[in-house]
Design a protein around this ligand. Structure first.
Ligand code: NAP
Length: 254
């Protein structure tokens, strides 16, 4: 089934690299115009834009953990693109902070930074973009969560908590926004081959991580992007509030 997003505008956060870049590529390949958000890596963001099919795309440098920057980024995207039909909250960070080894200052900083980027950022983006979607009569939000929300993250507890919070926020907003024709979905990947996981996948733990899945591999960004596009497509409305696991049966929950 070929999905068609012709005439749609998509804002993807963290689209300079990894999963966000692939989501941007697939949306553009399906006819959408894409606003590519990134934090600091302009070269990678420009490469993403250069690789997108079609034209009318834009770059948006902005730190999603900064509320003022989120508000002005949203305004800039709407000014230049005319509208935002689909928001993908993908930008995220993972900071290692094992409780047995880290000092209190480092612990606190890891929690602050992780929650600001992975939870409060998507909350603020959802606010700014959903208000415009409500005025225009509808839209879709897809949030990129993680298997870690369910499985526990012993060395990255703030990361697991931020993604559990993102899941809860998405379900609350799915209920609040459905009457306005705005639908909210979550994807929860396990390990994915990106910069975030390159070191662990290349190291001594790599094989055991790959063997968490009976498929004997981790996901590639294409696995995640395909599901994001499906959720953002017409006809998936009744899935609003869902959390779709994309983890190759590495962690099954009922
Ligand atoms: P990645 O390769 O590390 O890329 C991160 C992207 O997010 C980059 O584009 C980066 O921009 C951007 N970013 C980071 N902090 C930002 C901020 N404060 N404001 C704006 N942009 C910011 O990450 P990834 O592996 O693709 O992960 C993408 C999402 O999937 C994250 O939410 C992550 O938690 C989730 N996820 C990943 C995995 C995995 O195994 N990789 C598994 C489950 C869930 P710059 O290039 O400018 O730095």
């Amino acid at each position: 089934m070929k999905l068609d997003f012709t005439g749609k505008v998509v804002l993807v956060t963290g689209a300079s690299r990894g999963i966000g870049r692939e989501i941007a590529l697939q949306f553009a390949g399906s006819g959408a115009r894409v606003a590519i958000n990134y934090r600091g890596n302009r070269q990678a963001a420009e490469q993403t834009r250069a690789d997108l099919a079609g034209d009318g795309h834009m770059l948006l440098q902005s730190d999603v953990s900064d509320p003022a920057a989120v508000e002005s980024m949203t305004q800039a995207a709407i000014r230049e693109m005319g509208q935002i039909d689909i928001l993908v909250n993908n930008a995220g960070i993972a900071i290692e902070h094992p409780i047995a080894d880290i000092g209190f200052e480092g612990w606190h900083e890891a929690w602050q930074a992780t929650l600001a980027t992975n939870l409060v950022g998507p909350a603020n983006l959802s606010y700014c973009v959903a208000r415009q979607m409500m005025e225009r009569g509808g839209g879709r939000i897809v949030n990129v969560s993680s298997r870690g929300a369910f499985r526990g993250e012993p060395d990255f507890p703030a990361y697991g908590a931020s993604k559990a919070g993102l899941n809860a926020m998405s379900q609350s907003l799915a209920k609040a926004l459905a009457p306005h024709n705005v639908f909210v979905f979550v994807v929860a990947p396990g390990f994915v081959e990106t910069d975030m996981t390159a070191e662990i996948l290349a190291g001594p733990m790599g094989d055991s991580v790959r063997n968490q899945s009976p498929l004997g591999r981790v996901a590639v960004p294409e696995d995640i992007a395909r599901t994001v596009l499906f959720l953002a497509s017409d006809g998936s409305e009744f899935l609003t509030g869902c959390i779709v696991d994309i983890n190759g049966a590495s962690y099954l929950r009922t």
